[in-house]
Write a protein that binds this ligand. Sequence first.
Ligand code: HEM
Ligand code: HEM
Ligand SMILES: *[C@@H]1O[C@H](CO)[C@@H](O)[C@H](O)[C@H]1NC(C)=O
Ligand SMILES: *[C@@H]1O[C@H](CO)[C@@H](O)[C@H](O)[C@H]1NC(C)=O
Length: 415
Amino acid sequence: MLSFPLVLSLRVVATDPISVREEEQNFSTFIYKAGEGNLTFSLNAEKSTGDVFFHITAPESYQWVSVGTGEEMRGSVMWVIYKSSEKMVKLTFSPRLSDGKSEPSYSSSISCSMVDSDSSQNGIITIDSKRYYSANVYCLKVTSLGHGGGRLDLANAKQPFLYAFGPTNKPISSKSLTAGIRRHESYGDFWVDMTKATSNSAEVLSGEALTTAINAGAEEGAESDGDKAGPTHAVLMLGSFALLFPLGAVLLRYFESVKIHWLVQLVGMLTTVVGTGVGLYLGRMYNHSKDVSSGHQIAGIVLLLLVFLQFGIGGWHHFQYRKYKNPTKYGTIHRYAGPFVVLAGIINGFTGFNFSGESENNVYYGIVVGLVLVAVIGMLAWKGWSKKKETGMPRNRDPADGVGLNAMPKSYEQM
Ligand code: HEM
Ligand code: HEM
Ligand SMILES: *[C@@H]1O[C@H](CO)[C@@H](O)[C@H](O)[C@H]1NC(C)=O
Ligand SMILES: *[C@@H]1O[C@H](CO)[C@@H](O)[C@H](O)[C@H]1NC(C)=O
């Protein structure tokens, strides 16, 4: 087994491709034509130690790119590359382990480091005027890492590997090895003939070894993926807090109907329940949310409980009112807590977009919220004003109507 200082001083293989292939080194190279450009993965492994040298180039337009061992995420040893905030290196190489269909986590047990290559630099390079990540990496004892199908077997002529591409619209710029990555926009698998890629010593590859596909292939192309749970959660939660609940309040005033009010708020509440379910499922995918400890998630759960409470208090008030024909303190609580809970929920939408790293959406969301608030306040004020004109009394002094749910409009008694 070699230690890193030794690896760095290894003899660089001759650049003559013929001598590389036939006399010097055994290796395999896989090339996949992805939408944004080629993914190239070349490797060679050392028989006695299980050490592996590999080279990756892949389009920089993906937030991250990764190659991993095995044919599924579970048990895979994944090599993830993304942009660095460091001006010198320009890319971060983060070796990770995965327990399944969720964000893989950095693991210090995977002993890898970038090494110099004479024909390919580490960093961001330009090929045909497109920018590519380029990394040359030496890893110790890879055959002892990962589990299940994710274990590298140097005797396997069809050793499975997988690749994945992050989304294209959200670059990360981080030198942290544990930086959060978003769910892939596509992934796929390929095989490598490890028997042809195994040598007596793993060495830095160069020349044609890095550009010509050999001893590797794929049964099929990439499968497209993407996060659907995030947008679903956003639509359900924003739909209930920014549209349904405010609508329920307006309809109460316009139709003077408690039934319409509670039906709309019931739909809003059920939407919130489903949206929270989706939020809990969504949270399990990412390391930053899987412990349900973020402000956004905790505030969201508290708000869900407050929505239940608000519904219960409203119902209890209405029940009491119908029985005794008298205003109740529950009505007062319901009336003042309502706008508070709804506004807090609307604010939690802003923290949601910040949390998922989509804070640019807050501009559009802010505009929608602004319009909704102006419309709701305008409509309620208009209704209050026209009511006052009709009865000659401010609404909250009208004995037949009174303060909102505190003293009910006439029709409330029929509900
Ligand atoms: C934030 C990070 C990631 C998340 C949330 C994630 C999540 C998921 C999910 C939910 C699936 C199932 C998709 C479906 O059945 O429709 C999946 C599949 C897959 N992912 Fe990931 N993944 C992440 C990172 C990675 C990385 C770094 C790789 C590395 C190459 C990868 C490779 C694959 C592959 C090959 C599959 C299909 C095989 C399988 O189901 O395990 N993923 N991923
Ligand atoms: C008032 C209630 C809530 C509102 C208005 C709300 C809204 C949002 C929005 C707009 C996003 C951004 C979605 C995206 O960018 O795709 C988001 C993200 C998220 N929400 Fe909520 N949410 C609420 C409650 C909750 C609750 C109760 C949970 C779970 C306990 C939760 C979990 C999450 C998670 C895990 C993410 C981000 C995951 C990620 O993409 O990194 N949310 N939320
Ligand atoms: C991508 O790979 C193909 C071979 O699969 C090759 O013909 C093509 O030149 C490559 N493109 C670039 C930009 O490297
Ligand atoms: C390449 O692999 C063959 C067996 O397939 C082996 O005999 C040979 O020694 C290997 N070459 C090197 C440079 O290790």
